[in-house]
Design a protein around this ligand. Structure first.
Ligand SMILES: NC(=O)c1ccc[n+]([C@@H]2O[C@H](COP(=O)([O-])OP(=O)(O)OC[C@H]3O[C@@H](n4cnc5c(N)ncnc54)[C@H](O)[C@@H]3O)[C@@H](O)[C@H]2O)c1
Length: 408
């Protein structure tokens, strides 16, 4: 039987990236049945009827939990039943809001499933450690879907940095501001002051990327947050400014918000600049991750959320292209990232010997291409330190490594 994949969560990231990537893998015969479990049936009906996905993947469908015809009432623990029914050694993709990742990942591991989890893996370092131990004991892959790692420019910078071509990172600045209209989405129900903030939600991408490129570890974090109201009246830290210090003394500034103008071109604005020191000179890495050289001015706005008449689309994250059909093919690092992590899960899934699977996990951890609980738990330390800092007016919170990693 072909490998089964269950996605838990049927929201934006499932629609935009995960489900289409899995449909492509299904088209390529790498996986078999796909199930999607969400909190309510309504969101799954929207997913099943989504025109863009249907146009790209005619004839593909998923098993829905709750069933598409059932009433739109919340079923918060249904995912446990769905995972329990899966044969061991298959794959669960975790795509629920950040505060729920831990319980869904643990439920998947308890039932011997390999896991691909959207970022951030969890919100506490101790939870990442626990997940890493449980996964190793059972010989299960847990890959964290930091898809920017699969952007070729990240891989190029990483290779050249590690060849010594950029010297030593000193000062950097990164930003990722999502559009204002995001405030109208389900974010307003969970990305609130007590749960998360703009830095935790999106800033982690660039912290992860600076580690990915340089191999450095973050040692101190301060995050200043500005609270703002969502349309439903909930409050969130929707504007954040973070400063991350690194174990070579370097400093990275990261600005994040749910506030980039809806009428501005591009689906968001984002980029990374790193100033570095060579032996006798300066060096520079500068990535515009939003403006990638395309300027399109349409005759009219599309119906997609956030669409503008003048646009600067990214050809690199996730696009559908027509390569002769049937349907359309997904291209970009969003697809490559899911494909790469799921294939690592499938490789482990086809291996019966626990010790061989554990060797494979050690290889994946050491290669450092896929973020895992073992090789990327600095991200959880940064999240914890960032939350502590933002709730204390932006004070600096230190990170310890060694035998007892934690925050100060
Ligand atoms: N760039 C990125 O890497 C990126 C981008 C967007 C989102 N994400 C991450 O993806 C996750 C989901 O984000 P989103 O934007 O899709 O959110 P969303 O609010 O659009 O969707 C969340 C989904 O989770 C489901 N859900 C909630 N509780 C559940 C439960 N108990 N059982 C089953 N399903 C449940 C909801 O039904 C909904 O379908 C978040 O962790 C977010 O940080 C990552």
């Amino acid at each position: 039987m072909k490998p089964q994949v269950t996605i838990v969560g049927g929201g934006m990231i499932t629609h935009d990236q995960i489900l289409p990537s899995l449909y492509e893998m299904q088209r390529l015969d790498a996986i078999g049945e796909i199930s999607v479990c969400a909190l309510r049936s309504g969101i799954l009906r929207e997913l099943a009827e989504a025109k863009g996905i249907a146009r790209a993947f005619p004839g593909h469908s998923f098993r829905a939990f709750p069933a598409l015809t059932s009433p739109d009432t919340p079923q918060p623990s249904l995912y446990r039943d769905v995972i329990r029914e899966m044969a061991p050694g298959n794959v669960v993709i975790v795509a629920v809001p950040d505060p729920l990742h831990y319980e869904v990942v643990m439920a998947a591991l308890e039932h011997d499933q390999h896991v691909c989890c959207v970022k951030p893996l969890v919100l506490q370092h101790s939870q990442a450690v626990e997940i890493g131990k449980e996964a190793f004991a059972r010989g299960l892959v847990v890959g964290v879907e930091y898809h920017k790692r699969f952007d070729d420019r990240s891989l190029m910078a990483r290779r050249r940095y590690r060849q010594g071509l950029f010297g030593d990172f000193r000062l950097g600045t990164a930003c990722l501001l999502e559009k204002w209209y995001y405030r109208n989405s389900n974010f307003q129900n969970w990305c609130t002051k007590e749960n998360s903030d703009a830095f935790t939600y999106i800033g982690c991408h660039y912290v992860d990327l600076v580690h990915f490129i340089t191999g450095l570890l973050p040692t101190a974090v301060s995050v200043y947050g500005i609270a703002d109201s969502y349309p439903n009246g909930n409050e969130g830290y929707l504007w954040t400014d973070a400063r991350i210090l690194w174990n070579n003394g370097a400093c990275l500034n990261v600005q994040n918000a749910l506030g980039f103008p809806d009428e501005a071109p591009g689906t968001n604005t984002q980029g990374l600049v790193m100033y570095c020191r060579g032996r006798e000179n300066g060096a520079l890495i500068s990535h515009s991750d939003q403006y990638r050289g395309l300027k399109y001015s349409y005759t009219e706005k599309s119906e997609d959320p956030g669409a503008t008449i003048y646009a600067e689309p990214s050809p690199d994250y996730f696009q559908y292209v027509d390569l002769g059909g049937p349907g359309l093919r997904p291209v970009g690092y969003g697809y490559r990232s899911v494909d790469y992590i799921v294939r690592a899960c499938l490789r482990a899934g086809s291996e019966k010997s626990l010790s061989r699977r554990q060797e494979l996990l050690a290889e994946i951890d050491a290669a450092g291409v896929i973020a895992t609980p073992v090789n990327s738990s600095y991200n959880e330390l940064v999240v914890e330190a960032g939350r502590k800092s933002i709730l204390n007016g932006g004070r600096t919170v230190e990170i310890r490594y060694g035998d007892h990693p934690g925050i100060g």
